[in-house]
Structures are given as C-alpha cells and as structure tokens.
Design a protein around this ligand. Structure first.
Ligand code: AMP
Length: 396
C-alpha cells in the first residue's frame, strides 16, 4: 500500500474510484456538486504531479445497460467548470474505445469514464470486469468513501490487480482518520447523539458505542419507542412496537455500563404530521391520543445543550426532530449549535450518516464542526465495527 501524499504520479496512469453519485435535474444538470468537490484534492494531486487521472464512478441505479439519465457526462462537465480546465469524457468504461481515448491523453490530463453500473458486472464484483478496468492504468486509488461498504468490481476487487500500487485518496484518508478519532483515540467525555426516525436502524451503532461513550443522547422518532417501552403514553407518535424489548435492553445495558442516557423529558407535539399542525409542549410520556411528538421540548433542549457543551468527543447521527418542518426544527438546530460551541471549545465532532448532515448544511454550520462525513451507509457500518470491503482491499 502506498500513501497518496508521498507518491509521485508523474508518468503514471492512475485509475481513481470516486463517488460521483450526484443528483441530476431533469435537464441533466448537476444539482448538488458536494461529492465532486470532495474528490478535487486527489484529482489535483495526480494531475499536478504530471500523472493521468482516470476517474470512474457509478451514478444512480441503471437497470444494467446504458441510460442517458444516468450518464456521467454532465458530471464531467461540472468537474471541468469547478477546475476551470478541460476534462475528457468517454461514453464507456472498458473496451477498445476507452483504451484508445487514454492513449490520446497527455501528462496532467483528466478523463471521466462512463457509469460503471451500465455493466451488471460492476455490482456483482466480477473479477474479469475488474481486470478490464485495472488494465487501463498503472496505479489504483480509492477515494470513494460513499461506496466503501460495497464489494464491487471498482471498489474492492480491482485492488487485487495492484498489489504494489494501490492507495487511498485524500477524502478516504480524511474520512477514516475522523472515524479513528471517534472510535479509537477519543477523549472523554464522549457523547453520542443518535436521532432519526427508527431505532431499528441504529441498534448496531448504539451497541458498538457502548464501550466508549459516557453519554447517549436520544432524539427524533426513535425516542417514542424508548418512552413507550418505559411505560409512557406516546399518543400517535412514531413507534416500533417490535423493538420495545430491545429498547429496554439498551437502557438496561447502558445502566450496567454506567452510561448516562438522555431521553427528552418534554416534546413539541403536533395534531398532524405537518408543518402547519397545531403545536403544544408536553411531557414526552404524557402525549395524548391524536397527537405526536415531532421535536424535543425546551427542557430537553437545555439539558442536551449542556451535555453536548461539556463533551470532548461528539458523534452526531440523526436529527432530534422533523427538522424539515421549520416549526419542529428547534431541537435539531439547538443540538447543531451546541456541537459548534463544543467544537470551538476544543472538542472533536463528527457528523455523519444521512439527515444530520442535511441538518448541519441547512444551518450553514459545516465549516464549524470538526468533520462532516460524506458517507452514509459506509460511515454507519464503520461505527458498527464492521470491516469495509473498500478499505480492506487497500490495506490487505
Ligand atoms: P434517519 O434516516 O433514520 O436518520 O431519519 C431521519 C428522518 O427522521 C428525518 O426525515 C426526520 O424528519 C425524521 N424524524 C425525526 N424526528 C421525528 C419524529 N419525532 N417523528 C417522525 N419522524 C421524525
């Protein structure tokens, strides 16, 4: 395994797995270029060294053959705009046409290949397809954290063809080192804020954090499964009745391990799932029939803020309420601001996994926390303690 910073790409063709799975408009224009921007440091390093950067990615869910609406052409165009220089594009990712295109390139050039998932062999991890991709280059760089939990041809299998010349890109390095800070070299007190809709999707994370954290802050829809499990009245709030026992188990285990669990003592309740619903403040365990908890209440906000501000390591996954509705975003916004304050006071804060990233972006606070992960599923699997195929393939 090589290190991207110390590797000199001059004279090398580098095939780079990036995560260019970006949303496109109906007119096929990139709507959000965050993921393209995240790959820029790696692309620039290769190009500035005098290497050739061959970029490969998937986009969307094509059915197994070429589909215009999933073409990476518009992504190549956007990349050229961001870099303010020409970027080459070829409408296939393997085969003679691609070979020929690469032969025409010179030092420092950048080429975007067409969507890998136009070939079903990509997802099935077909070794011969991986071999064809590998045959295009001398060096393999994996910078696609968003797909690192997949054992696909371009994310994992291809690495076998580069036993001496494979490495992580800068984004992968940054993602892995931020997870390392939280999961291995964390400072205490360590607080995990786990929110979002359902507890069923978060059990793995909570359980794997139990040997590390001091405080577990619970928010969002999953709150009410815990409250109901404890015998509370939750009205029409979101609940997973199959997970009541599990919720109690989690609470008991936390107690045995001396972890402080913070459930919201009060909630902002609504008479329908709508931003325009009637709103009331209620004890979280006394929610009347016909009402549902859509945000944490004022008392909970105060308690959560205090706990977060006193923390040295913070992991935030999942909003503490329906933050998409402005009338029910106060809890999530307050949590985000408290994380910023803690970070300013020296804490390490990692925000990751889906909607908490959307929340931190909504409040324009991305630059004020330690790290915002670009990986949803990949980050969650790392926190659950699983090995990621894309990471293992480079390290192994
Ligand atoms: P997740 O993908 O599991 O992190 O869930 C995120 C979603 O949970 C967001 O779209 C929120 O609107 C939703 N959510 C948060 N709090 C609640 C709540 N109290 N009731 C229903 N949905 C919620």
């Amino acid at each position: 395994m090589k290190n991207i910073q110390s590797f000199d790409f001059k004279g090398f063709k580098a095939i780079v797995r990036v995560d260019f799975n970006v949303p496109l408009s109906n007119e096929l224009v990139v709507i959000d270029d965050t993921r393209i921007r995240a790959a820029i440091p790696t692309i620039e390093k290769i190009s500035n060294d005098g290497g050739i950067a061959i970029l490969m990615s998937h986009l969307g869910r094509p059915k197994g053959g070429p589909e215009k609406k999933f073409s990476l052409g518009p992504v190549a165009k956007r990349l050229a705009e961001i870099l303010d220089r020409p970027v080459h594009f070829v409408d296939d990712c393997v085969g003679e046409k691609v070979q020929k295109k690469i032969e025409e390139l010179s030092e420092g050039d950048i080429l975007v290949l067409e969507n890998l998932r136009f070939y079903p062999e990509e997802k099935s991890g077909d070794p011969s397809f991986a071999g064809k991709l590998a045959g295009l280059a001398d060096v393999y760089v994996n910078d696609a954290f968003g797909t690192a939990h997949r054992a696909h041809a371009s994310t994992a299998v291809i690495a076998d063809f580069f036993p001496e010349k494979k490495m992580f890109g800068y984004l992968m390095e940054a993602e892995l080192s931020s997870v390392q800070k939280v999961m291995k070299s964390y400072e205490k007190p360590f607080t995990a804020i786990i929110g979002g809709a359902k507890v069923s999707t978060k059990i793995g994370i909570i359980e794997n954090l139990f040997d590390k954290i001091d405080n577990l802050i619970i928010g969002g829809g999953m709150t009410y499964t815990f409250i109901k499990a404890q015998g509370g009245e939750i009205g029409d709030s979101l609940v997973e009745n199959d997970f009541l026992d599990k919720a109690n188990e989690i609470l008991q285990l936390a107690e045995q391990k001396g972890i402080r669990v913070l459930l919201p003592s009060d909630s902002i309740i609504a008479d329908e799932f709508s931003n325009d619903a009637q709103r009331l403040q209620s004890a979280s365990d006394e929610i009347p029939e016909g009402w549902m908890g859509l945000d944490i209440g004022e008392e909970a906000v105060e308690e959560y803020e205090k706990c977060i501000r006193e923390s040295r390591t913070i992991l935030w996954n999942g909003p503490t309420g329906v933050f998409e509705f402005t009338n029910f975003e106060n809890g999530t916004k307050s949590v985000a601001n408290a994380i910023v304050q803690a970070t300013e006071a020296g804490a390490f804060s990692l925000i990751g996994g889906g909607d908490s990233v959307a929340a931190i972006n909504k409040y324009g606070l991305k630059e004020h926390v330690s790290y915002v992960s670009t990986g949803g599923g990949a980050l969650l699997e790392l926190i659950e303690g699983k090995d990621l195929p894309g990471v293992k393939a480079i390290l192994g």
